[in-house]
Design a binder for this molecule. Structure first.
Ligand code: SF4
Length: 78
C-alpha cells in the first residue's frame, strides 16, 4: 500500500465552531455537542477536501501530518 495517509487533529482551544471544515469535508469532520470540530477518524486518506478545510479554517485550528514520514502538510512552515 502506497496510499498516503494523514493524521488530522483539531486544536479545540482555537476552534470557534464555524463549521467550515464540516461543510468542506463532511466525511472527515463533524461538530461535537459543544459545536467544536472533531476529526471523524484519527488517520485518514489524503484528500483535497481535507486540505481545503485546513487551509480555509479561519483560526488555523487544523493540523495535518503525513503518517510515516511525520511531514507537516498543514500549516505550512513559515
Ligand atoms: S473550520 Fe476551523 S474553526 Fe471552523 S469548525 Fe472547523 S476547525 Fe473549528
Amino acid at each position: 500500500m502506497s496510499e498516503t495517509t494523514w493524521s488530522v487533529t483539531v486544536d479545540k482551544d482555537l476552534c470557534i465552531g464555524s463549521g467550515g471544515c464540516v461543510l468542506r469535508a463532511p466525511e472527515a469532520f463533524e461538530l461535537d455537542a459543544a459545536r467544536q470540530s472533531c476529526p471523524r477518524v484519527e488517520v485518514m486518506a489524503a484528500s483535497d477536501e481535507v486540505l481545503d478545510a485546513a487551509e480555509n479554517c479561519p483560526v488555523e485550528a487544523i493540523t495535518i501530518v503525513e503518517e510515516g514520514t511525520g511531514t507537516v502538510v498543514f500549516p505550512p512552515a513559515d
